[in-house]
Design a protein around this ligand. Structure first.
Ligand code: 5GP
Ligand code: MG
Length: 193
């Protein structure tokens, strides 16, 4: 097989690896233990996965959970290109309706301004009529909060740097990296804001 040209090696665009595969794996095991301890009273727990960013996290988290559970997913977009959250959300009303009466654990990749999760959890409670709503995020950028919101389960608190990998993208790329990393400034320079 021919080696890929250099510009096709995603790793060349990275600055630092913030969280290795091993650290992520270990933390997910602990999160699963925490979730099982608190949520085992809900026989119908539903994991609601916010796509696409939480795809890898949710896949690993659900395999670490031995509770009976349902799976739903939901497309929410808050970044429309660029590296800062726009706050504009799109939610499918039919997807919301499917969650009536359910105990929902929302799974998201990263909590940043808090707009996404506060809007989603409010919609689940007020519009969808979920029986209970909790949230689990892999990453939490506490300093970046624009609205008041705390997740019930947090994998790792991190700083304000823009990160990619393990499901998280920059303009659609880097989701397939198995770890979390920051990008070199030149990789994000040509950005629509
Ligand atoms: P919030 O609504 O809390 O500002 O943003 C949450 C969403 O913004 C996340 O689900 C994710 O899609 C995106 N986001 C926030 N910070 C980052 C980051 O550092 N890297 C990437 N790739 N996405 C981020
Ligand atoms: Mg997202």
């Amino acid at each position: 097989m021919q080696p890929l040209p250099r510009e096709h090696h995603l790793a060349d665009h990275l600055d630092t690896i913030l969280l290795s595969e091993a650290r992520i794996r270990a933390r997910i095991m602990d999160l699963a233990t925490e979730i099982e301890a608190n949520e085992s009273t809900h026989p119908d727990l539903t994991l609601l996965v916010l796509l696409h960013g939480s795809l890898l996290f949710a896949a690993d988290l659900m395999r670490a959970l031995s509770l009976p559970l349902y799976l739903e997913s939901f497309r929410v977009a808050s970044y429309h290109g660029g590296t800062s959250s726009s706050g504009a959300l799109t939610m499918d009303p039919r997807a919301l309706a499917a969650l009536r009466g359910r105990h929902v654990l929302v799974v998201d990749d990263i909590l940043d301004t808090g707009r996404t999760l506060s809007a989603v959890t409010r919609a689940l409670r007020e519009e969808a009529g979920a029986a209970s709503v909790t949230s689990c995020v892999l990453l939490d950028k506490r300093v970046a909060r624009a609205v008041e919101f705390e997740a019930d389960y947090v994998g790792f608190p991190i700083g304000d740097d823009f990160v990619v990998g393990y499901g998280l993208d920059f303009e659609g790329r880097y989701r397939n990296l198995p770890y979390i990393a920051t990008l070199k400034p030149e990789a994000i320079r040509e950005t629509r804001r």
